[in-house]
Every structure is written in C-alpha cells, then in structure tokens.
Write a protein that binds this ligand. Structure first.
Ligand code: DGT
Ligand code: CA
Ligand code: CA
Ligand code: ZN
Length: 581
C-alpha cells in the first residue's frame, strides 16, 4: 500500500467510525466509508493514478460524494467533512467504537455525561468510580469494558501477523537491494507465523567491513522513526511505518544457519535444543555448533546442518515452540506440513450480493488470474445478518441461477453456490431446508447472541444434514473480542461424529480456529477447511495466513479438505446417513 493510500484509508476509516458513533441515519454513511477505506487499502496503485485517469468512481464503494472527498484529500491533505466532524465527535474515543463493552451508545454517554475524551480518560474514570455511578453502567457492564480495554491494549503491544508481515517486507526490500547484503530474512515470531508479533527480527548476512553501510540504510529516516541502539552487529529502531520495534542482526555468511535458527526461536525451542546438544557433548550458539571439549566448530552455515548434527530432522519454523516437535524430529517423524501450493480452492467468500465488494464474475476473473484453484464457493450472508446485508431466501434461488450461468459461460463448474448461514439463538438455521438442499456448500456461523448456549447451537448446526462446515468456530476478534463461551472439545466431538468440517478462517483478526484448537481438532480427526472469508480482491491472499495457522497446528495436506478434489470433499462431508433435523 502506498503511504498516500494508507493516509487516505485511515481518514476514511475514522470517518466511518465517526458516523457509527453518530448512529441513526449516519449508519449508511458509516458503511460506505468503511467500505471505501477497505477498497483503498487493496488498490494496487497510488490513488493519484486513479484521479489522473478519471477512474476513481470505479473503486468499489466510491460514489459522487466520496469522489469529491478523495479529490479534496489529494489537493489539501485532508477532508473538510472529517475536520468538521472532529469538532462534534470525540476523535480520541472512536478507536474504541468496535471494542467490546463500548460501542456508540456507551461512548456517547461517557463523552456527554463525564466529558471523557480519550482512552486515558476512560481508564481514569473507570478507576475513580465515576463510570460505575452512571445509570446503566452496572458491575457487569464495567467488567465488560475492562476486558475490552485489556484486549485493546494487547494489540497496542503486539501487531497482528498480517500487519507485521507487511511492515517486515517494507524493511526487507531496501536491504535486499544492497549488494553488500548477501542474504536477508525475517526471523523471530514472524517466521514462526504466530498470530501476533511483539517486535520484528531481521537477519542479514553482511561482511564486517560492509556493515556500517547497511546500518546507515536501516537507520535512515525513510525506514526509522527513531534509533534505539546501534552497534556493529545489532541495530534496533522504531519503524517509520508504525512506530514498532525492529531488530536487525548481521552475521557472516558462514554463520547464517546457526544465527537464523537462533533468532527464529522460539526461546523455549532453543533452550530445549541447547540442553539436548549439551547432553550429546556439543555446544550451540548463534555462531554455530561446536564440540564442548575443544570448541571445534562442526557446522553452522545452514539450519539443516545444525539439526542434522544433533541427530534430528529439520524442523519447520512454525513447529518450533517446544510442544513435542523436538521429540518427533529425533524419531524422524516430523509430518510433511501443508503448503500454500497444496490448496485447491477457497470455500468462504462474499460477493456484492451481500457485503462483499465485487460481483461474482469479478471474483471468478480475479481468482482465475491470480490463483490456480479448481473451485471456489460463494457464501453470502443470510437475512438475519442485517449489517452484512444478508440475503432473503428468494435471493439465494436467484443467485444459484446466476452461478449456473457463470459456470456455463466458463464451461466448467468452477463456482460453487453456497451460503454462510447464521446459526440462530436456538441453534436453528437462518435458511430453509428447501434452499439449503440446493446449495453446493453450506458454512454455518454464529454472528450474534454470544451469551446463549453456543455449544448446543453449534452441535445442532453440525447435526443438520446440509451443513458442511462451521465458520470461524469461536468468534474471537484478536484485540477486539474474546472467543464466545464454547466447549471446544464438545464441538470437536460433534464435528467428527457428524462429518462436519471446522474452519480455519484466514482473516487477520480472526485466525479462527486458532493454532491450539486446530491442533486438537486435527488430533481428533476433524476435517479442517482453510478459507479466506474474502470480502474483496486482496483478501484472497489471506490463504497464506490460514495455512500458517494450519502448519502451527501440525496439519498435513490430508488434514485439510480444500487440498482435495471437489468430488472428494463432497464425499467426505455428505451426510446421507443423518436424518434431516
Ligand atoms: P515476539 O517478538 O514477542 O513476538 O517473539 P519472538 O520469538 O520474536 O522473541 P524475541 O523478539 O524476543 O526474540 C527473537 C528470537 O531470539 C527468539 O524467538 C529466540 C531468540 N532469543 C531471544 N531471547 C533468547 C534467550 O534468552 N534464549 C534463547 N535461547 N533464545 C533467545
Ligand atoms: Ca520478535
Ligand atoms: Ca526482538
Ligand atoms: Zn462470518
């Protein structure tokens, strides 16, 4: 994303939140601005190009008035609508508008009754008891607010994996262009694909005499907002991109493998390895593997060598958490983890029939051009998801017809007709059996009523003979909302028992099932599906985030349904033996 697009997307997103805060009729504007902000974020080129070519209105979500805003932003750097709203809406609070326990109504009360204007003010008012005194802010509400703030804080301390990957690439690219840099890679938790990242760790192979030059580039104002520490082998900065910390370590090419292994971690994995090395009479460090007795260097140029000298198989970075992977590697039993190239299709996405930005044809064209998939399933929302513009039952019948037309034009059954069906409060589905029976792929998800008995609702959905998969099974949003209360073990049992797949949703804030639960599901023999839940073009690349979760859960291609041909998926999730609930 270009810097200009990023600034524009941020203002549009803030505008969206401000309109959410104002509520009422403004909700439509809120949706329009959020949508436009999302679309700007996924533009391949700088917004100036679209202005020059007169194609701004072709950006999804951009109509006449947004076009005007964008022109104003381009010529003045801001939008008057935004500056004016800042005068009546507490700009310092709107980042909380989606955080659990807050929301527009609560924020308005805090602002109007307590004159709270920033997050710091909110914390103070919670501490000194002013909020508890407000009518309607009982202990349960306050408890919710505290938990919401805690989640929010987590995200201030740790980046989402997707954001960290983007920031990491921006640091890596300029380093890689230097001829002095023989090799440079992202290490640390990023390489292990953890769902959130504390700081970025970059490793570069650079000769001693060349390091000053590399340091100069890394600490230049283009990349660094501030320099925290600067030495010959190690530099720490706060990134210009987002103010977060990034560490660069430089090593000699001959030490690459040992250093890459060390700085990839995890710390627990490294400690266990070192103990093992010691027991075998070796010593390992970021410089290599040595004999303990006379300090003779045995290896260190590659990671593979290092693991080999310890008598074990190479361990993929996503497994390096000291959760039993070292024991497996010693037995030469490391599974062949699923890879992005194994994925044959995407089984959750939204078109403009509900809250997606693109038409079904546009989606098909985009996916065919950029991915080598065999099938994709359109899974638009059902009627009770009103904010997501869920479709009425009759519209699904029309959509099924359009899917047929698109496939006919293509001469193959690439597009599967599906739905993401809401699981209602009592566990019933938000779409009639008559329509469900005509769909190729049914994902059932909980989108509301989180305080109900979610376990029973999900089990009931599994028992429905038309449901193929449970979508984002725990409903968590990293940094915003905890998982709803649900007995995962019982859900896993129901999924195995009924032949229902469970989703690993690749949206950066969801990654749901998370690694730990996906691992339990895999062990129990659940069929997992990795999907992107795309709402716009660039979301389709979230597949790699989902694959990262699956690899952290030790999944092979065989554990993942959408690595298989479509007819196998149908066989594995059809429930002919179940009676219709
Ligand atoms: P993060 O940044 O909190 O998301 O997690 P990491 O894993 O990136 O941790 P970080 O940045 O503190 O350190 C990067 C790697 O350096 C870590 O994964 C393993 C290695 N490392 C750091 N501290 C130690 C240590 O005390 N002992 C050992 N054996 N390795 C360490
Ligand atoms: Ca780190
Ligand atoms: Ca670090
Ligand atoms: Zn959903």
């Amino acid at each position: 994303m270009t810097d200009q697009n990023k600034r524009l997307a941020t203002i549009l997103q803030d505008l969206g939140s401000m309109y959410r805060y104002l509520g009422g009729e403004n909700l439509f504007k809120a949706i329009a601005y959020m949508k436009a902000s999302q679309a700007i974020k996924s533009l391949p080129d700088d917004i100036s190009l679209y202005l020059k070519e007169g194609t701004v209105k072709e950006i999804p979500g951009v109509g006449k008035s947004l076009e005007k805003d964008i022109r104003e932003f381009y010529s003045t750097g801001s939008i008057s609508r935004f500056e004016n709203l800042k005068k009546i809406v507490p700009h310092g609070l709107i980042e909380l508008v989606d955080v659990r326990g807050f929301g527009p109504k609560s924020l308005k009360r805090l602002y109007e009754d307590l004159h709270v204007e920033s997050k710091e003010d909110v914390v103070k008012a919670l501490k000194d008891g002013r909020i508890t005194k407000l009518k309607g802010f009982g202990p349960r509400k306050v408890e919710n607010m505290l938990r919401g703030l805690k989640l929010h804080k987590q995200l201030e301390e740790r980046m989402l994996l997707r954001d960290a990957l983007e920031a990491g690439e921006k640091l890596l690219a300029p380093l890689k262009t230097l001829k002095e840099v023989k090799r440079a890679e992202l290490a640390g938790s990023l390489r292990r694909r953890k769902e959130t990242i504390g700081d970025l760790d970059i490793l570069a192979a650079v000769k001693l005499k060349d390091r000053k030059k590399v340091v100069k580039v890394f600490t230049s104002p283009k990349l660094a907002q501030r320099v925290l520490a600067k030495g010959d082998t190690r530099v720490s900065i706060l990134m210009q991109e987002n103010g977060r910390q990034a560490d660069l370590r430089m090593v000699d090419e001959s030490e690459w493998g040992a250093a890459f292994q060390y700085f990839t971690g995890s710390k627990d994995h490294n400690i266990h390895l070192r103990r093992l090395a010691r027991d075998k009479g070796y010593k390992i460090s970021e410089y290599g593997i040595f004999t303990a007795r006379n300090h003779k260097r045995l290896a260190g140029k590659t990671e593979e060598q290092l693991y080999k000298h310890l008598g074990m198989q190479y361990i993929p970075p996503e497994m390096r958490e000291d959760k039993g992977e070292i024991e497996l590697a010693l037995k030469r039993a490391i599974p062949k983890l699923v890879e992005i190239k194994d994925i044959r299709g995407d089984l959750q996405m939204h078109s403009d029939w509900s809250d997606g930005l693109q038409t079904m044809e546009e989606i098909v064209d985009f996916v065919e051009k950029n991915f080598s998939y065999d099938y994709i399933a359109i899974t638009d929302h059902t009627k009770s998801s009103r904010v997501a513009r869920g479709m009425k039952d009759q519209e699904f019948l029309k959509q099924i017809e359009e899917v047929k037309v698109i496939n006919q034009k293509q001469g193959r059954d690439f597009l599967k007709a599906g739905a993401e069906v809401d699981i209602l409060a009592d566990g019933a589905l938000d779409l009639s059996d008559e329509i469900l029976s005509q769909l190729d792929w049914v994902v059932a998800s909980i989108h509301s009523g989180f305080s109900r008995n979610n376990t029973d609702r999900l089990i009931k959905a599994c028992e429905n003979s038309y449901v193929n998969c449970i979508g984002h099974p725990t409903g968590r949003l990293i940094g915003k909302r905890e998982a709803y209360p649900v007995d995962i073990a019982a859900l896993i049992e129901a999924a195995v028992g009924t032949g229902t797949a469970l989703e690993i949703n690749g949206q950066p804030e969801r990654l749901d099932l998370k690694d730990e639960w996906a691992n339990e599901a895999r062990e129990a023999g659940v069929n997992l599906v990795i999907s992107t839940d795309s709402h716009k073009y660039n979301d389709f690349y979230f597949m790699s985030l989902g694959v990262g979760v699956a690899r952290r859960a030790w999944c092979t291609a065989d554990n993942i349904l959408n690595t298989k041909p479509w007819h196998d998926i149908v066989k594995l999730t059809s429930k002919g033996n179940l009676s219709v609930v």
